[in-house]
Write a protein that binds this ligand. Structure first.
Ligand code: MLT
Ligand code: ZN
Length: 476
């Protein structure tokens, strides 16, 4: 059922012309996800510019019992921010809440609104001589509200944890339109349930994050990055352990790329090239950073890699000798998703296992995928240091996208069986969204699913916030 016309009129009165979109041409991009998996409909896109306006929007929607779909940069990999196809839900975009409210170099905190992009937040911190060590491939578009609502992980989790580890305080609009001001910036505040952590990773199903206080770090004084070729996945683990022994405090990233994954980047992304003398079956991008000037991170990394070469843990290595080269290394890693999109339809498995199980995972999941779809292109990559691999499968060359995507579910199931046998997770960092609720029952006990459901019911009894995401939809 479409939202009542009287509600649309009330929104128009509240937000004015700049605060909403009604032309189907304008609303369409907000109803489709980045991957193009879902094509929903929304009669209107709400674009409030202040927390007070978000409060009013939620109140109006709640009174009319119309569900809202909160949306940030719309970069979800699991359809977490798209409305339903029947047009019954309304998208509420947080993009106009884009102010940095305060930054405190002594306290090492930033207070910012949900619509600030992650990249803008990083830049703002850097301008104050500080560092927001949260980095994901979509950071230019993804915004803080979405990053927190999905507890994004990314490239520096190894050293600094997931998004939730950055959060000291939150401001949240609840399902009935009341406002919880939890914008505290305390390191120690042992006063009951950690409410803010309930909303982090709730994927917009419990409340709408409008602002946050995040912990920052002093800006790094030195960085060192290397791109290495590896003979095997086991060698990658040996190298990771070596670098942790070498300098665990400075090791901020250990990213994995398969030969097949890198090949797609080199083929589809302009101005990219392999920075090594010869290709290898596996690659890693390693980065060290620290705030102590003169720490000698570069020479230290070089010495550790020389020892690794001696032990046969790596085949070849290139150290970034300039900022431009460091950026070029990261481009090879960060353009993986884009390159895979250009190569055809893909089935994404954002999975994690205990780090020592990664070689087993790569072998067994590849065999399972090949057995189901001969010729499938297996292009795993990701955050090896966190045990998180994006075990992405791309359609066989020349095959039709439709017939390949029809195999999506069995392929994800086959990979997940391997993950389950290795005590892993079916969603390491992308969340559950609309794609993965059916997987919950296979991976989680009835007790755990019931706990999730009880929390949802307690905070959103009418089921008005992002229905059908995270938990399977219950139709009244
Ligand atoms: C990344 O780390 O680049 C993403 O999480 C990507 C993906 O699964 O495609
Ligand atoms: Zn990732």
């Amino acid at each position: 059922m479409m939202p009542p016309a009287s509600l649309i009129v009330a929104f128009e009165r509240l937000l004015g012309p700049a605060g909403l979109l009604t032309d189907p041409h304008d609303t369409a991009p907000f109803a489709t996800d980045w991957r193009g998996l879902y094509h929903g409909r929304t009669a209107i896109v709400l674009r409030p510019a202040t927390t007070a306006e978000v409060v009013e929007c939620v109140r109006l929607a709640a009174a009319a019992r119309v569900p809202l779909v909160p949306q940030g940069g719309n970069t979800s990999m699991v359809g977490g921010a798209v409305p339903a196809e029947d047009g019954s839900e309304i998208v509420l975009s947080l993009c106009r809440l884009d102010r940095v409210r305060a930054i405190d170099p002594l306290d090492l905190t930033v207070t910012l609104e949900a619509g600030v992009t992650l990249k803008a937040a990083q830049d703002r911190a850097a301008a104050a001589g500080l560092w927001l060590p949260l980095s994901i491939s979509s950071e230019g578009t993804a915004d803080i509200g979405g990053v927190l609502a999905t507890n994004a992980g990314g490239n520096n989790t190894l050293r600094f944890g997931n998004a939730r580890e950055r959060v000291l305080g939150l401001e949240v609009v609840l399902a009935d339109g009341s406002l919880w001001n939890g914008l505290r910036r305390l390191r120690k505040d042992n006063t009951g349930y950690a409410l803010r952590q309930l909303f982090v990773g709730s994927e917009g199903t419990l409340g709408i994050i409008t602002a946050a206080v995040l912990r920052l770090e002093p800006a790094p004084a030195e960085r060192a990055a290397a791109f290495v070729g590896l003979p095997s996945a086991e060698a990658a683990l040996a190298l990771l352990a070596r670098l942790q022994r070498h300098d665990a405090a400075a090791l901020i990233a250990f990213e994995y790329m398969s030969a097949a994954g890198l090949e797609l980047v080199l083929t589809h992304i302009a101005a990219t090239r392999l920075p090594l003398a010869r290709p290898a079956p596996h690659y890693a991008l390693i980065e060290l950073a620290g705030s102590r000037p003169g720490a000698g991170l570069g020479p230290g990394l070089e010495a550790a890699l020389a020892a690794a070469l001696e032990e046969g843990e790596i085949i070849d290595a290139a150290l970034a000798s300039s900022e431009a080269q460091r950026t070029a290394f990261w481009r090879l890693r960060e353009e993986h998703s884009e390159a895979q999109k250009l190569a055809g339809a893909s089935v994404k498995n954002d999975i994690s296992v205990p780090v020592p199980a990664i070689p087993d995972l790569l072998r067994r999941a590849a065999a399972a995928a090949h057995a189901l779809v001969p010729g499938v292109r297996v292009a795993p990559f990701g955050h090896l240091g966190d045990g998180n691999i994006h075990f992405n499968l791309i359609q066989p060359e020349g095959a039709s996208s439709e017939s390949f995507l029809a195999q999506g579910e069995p392929l994800m199931e086959a990979v997940n069986e391997v993950v389950l046998s290795l005590d892993g997770s079916f969603s390491a960092e992308h969340g559950i969204g609309r794609l993965k609720p059916p997987m919950l029952a296979r991976f989680r006990s009835p007790t755990e699913v019931s706990l999730l459901r009880r929390i949802k019911t307690a905070l959103d009894p009418e089921g008005l916030l992002n229905p059908g995401k995270l938990l399977p939809m219950i139709r009244p």
